[in-house]
Design a protein around this ligand. Structure first.
Ligand code: ADP
Length: 213
């Protein structure tokens, strides 16, 4: 982040004299508080300065890059996830293609009764199958899907940074967001409660850039 000369001056004053009030900073610079307001907003929003009521501004000691990194570790998958689009295992390849178009998603989660994760199907899985010349009106997704336990998933409490790293490391476009629970028979089942994709990250990125998040 590039600071203007005036923002740099303010930062230096606060580093030297903080905690210091807005009024005092304005005096040092021979400017009015109103003139400084946008600069103070940028410096506090970026996390470089912190403001305490009745105390004033002080220097946080954080570099702008560090502030962004902290944010990406703070925001949880559960806060930015989308609604999952799920289909049953017996769903045909043809119906899966139609569902992808209707729901406008690139990945479908295959679930059994109760919404528990069984498999995942991507655009390319479906394209590959249509090229294979099989009858897509009859072929069920169970035959072509990537199946548990080979599915990479995220949990709602995980940071968006961790989930984004999974997308990159495993070269996939989306992760099911799941809630794990132990069943009566002692096995662990994963209820699908959301979808986390590259779109969620791009949206967060835009919002962070606008200073909205
Ligand atoms: P596309 O095929 O549209 O490029 P992906 O890169 O997401 O989409 O999928 C690549 C392959 O990885 C597909 O065979 C798909 O079944 C599988 N896959 C997709 N998402 C996951 C995931 N979260 N965990 C494990 N495998 C996945």
């Amino acid at each position: 982040m590039q600071l203007t000369d005036r923002q740099q001056l303010i930062l230096d004053i606060v580093k030297r004299e903080g905690p210091i009030t807005g009024e005092q900073i304005a005096e040092r610079l021979n400017l009015t508080r109103a003139t400084l307001r946008p600069d103070m907003a940028i410096l506090t929003m970026s996390g470089m300065l912190e403001a305490r009521p009745r105390v004033g501004y002080f220097h946080s000691g954080k570099k702008p890059g560090r502030v962004l990194a902290e944010k990406l570790h703070q925001v949880k998958v559960g806060e930015v996830k989308s609604v999952p689009v799920v289909v049953p295992e017996k769903c045909t390849v043809y119906d899966a293609v139609v569902t992808m178009f209707i729901e406008d998603v690139g990945t479908l989660f295959v679930v059994r009764e109760g919404g528990f994760l069984e498999g995942i199907v991507s655009r390319k899985d479906l394209l590959k199958t249509t090229l294979g010349g099989q009858d897509i009106h009859k072929l069920p997704l169970g035959v072509i899907m990537t199946r548990m336990p080979n599915i990479i998933y995220a949990e709602p409490d995980e940071s968006v940074w961790e989930a984004a790293r999974k997308l990159i490391n495993h070269e996939v476009d989306a992760l099911p967001v799941v809630k794990a629970s132990t069943q009566e028979d002692g096995t662990v089942a994963y209820e699908v409660i959301g979808r986390f994709s590259k779109t969620n990250i791009t949206r967060l990125f835009v919002e962070l850039g606008e200073g909205d998040y």
